[in-house]
Design a protein around this ligand. Sequence first.
Ligand code: NAD
Ligand code: MG
Length: 392
Amino acid sequence: MQQKMQQITILGSTGSIGVSTLDVIARHPDRYRVHALTAQNRVAELAAQCAQFLPDIAVVGTAESAQKLQLILRQQGLQTQVEYGEAALCAVASAAQCDCVMAAIVGAAGLAPTLAAARAGKKVLLANKEALVMSGPLLMDAVAASGATLMPIDSEHNAIFQCMPHAYQRSPSQHGIEKILLTASGGPFLKRAVATLDSVTCEEAIAHPKWVMGRKISVDSATMMNKGLEVIEAHWLFGVPASQIEVVIHPQSVVHSMVSYVDGSVLAQLGNPDMRTPIAHALAYPERISSGVAPIDLIQIAQLTFERPDLQRFPCLKLAYDALQAGGSAPAIMNAANEIAVQAFLDRRIGFRVIDQLIARVMDGLPSGPVTDIESVFEQDRCARDAAKSYI
Ligand code: NAD
Ligand code: MG
């Protein structure tokens, strides 16, 4: 079938997801063209991406980075327009020329441009789970109001999407869905003696056994806050209550998640742990395109195992269920405290076990308020960050 060329904006193109997205796009030049690329400050990498993909616009974090990028691009004779700052991110996410936006900025910084893309009715490929955790109702409302399409990129949510009935309408009981089984690798500390977790290093925490990812999500995987964020993400994406979302540890990371139906059927999506699979799926949906990922070899894998998560070992997972239960701005408060705590851990200012203690303290100290508009979310986010910083 003859395809209309899709114009793509990639928010966070120098990150792990951004690079994987460009890898898939490069395999299908007949289908996809890059409208805009954005990066916070890795100017040299962004310049190299511009040289390869020839976007109309490139956006960086600061005026200084913009100047540097502009210089490199002009030296190479490239005409890419260079912008900087949040307003420019929102502009490239909602531009008329753009059909589809990969939301792959890490953390709360991704919320405003992701929301801009949703409000503009784009096809939004959502990797930036923090945006949905912070403002689930607002983002889902924006999608519904504009007629945008929201496609999950997180491998678990993409797997769940693939196991859901066609045209699923965020109502599990209507479709005979009993629960979602959200798989988790358990990260690098699944078997490590709990008493020694105090002394783990950054290098140990970011060395994920199965996935190669950015530093923040890698630490989140080690604490299992990543799975906690994903429980909240699944709640908003699929309209399933927390009581029907069960986390299952599956160290092989082959089954990316499952949907259990009332007739006893459990549907699963399997594949190698490579984000190019969900990216290719979401880009081409409902068609299928090659992603560069080899099919799994079940004979070689031989064994798939499953176990219950230990909440003593992974208190962040419980904090996330608590935040979802509390509702309102509690998930945004938790997310903000987590971002500050993880950065402090990466900066070697706090120990690994202080991450969950700090988040719990911030959540205890700040009552959850209603999430009415984006300003109130950012206000709660700011308060939680200030509180978290005061405890470091
Ligand atoms: P990363 O750290 O590798 O990349 C982050 C990108 O965001 C970079 O391009 C960076 O320049 C940009 N960025 C960072 N701070 C910014 C700011 N303040 N303003 C604008 N841009 C900024 O992260 P990643 O691993 O690619 O993850 C990106 C998002 O995708 C995260 O929300 C993560 O949870 C989610 N995700 C990642 C994976 C994975 O396999 N890496 C899987 C599932 C979900
Ligand atoms: Mg995931």
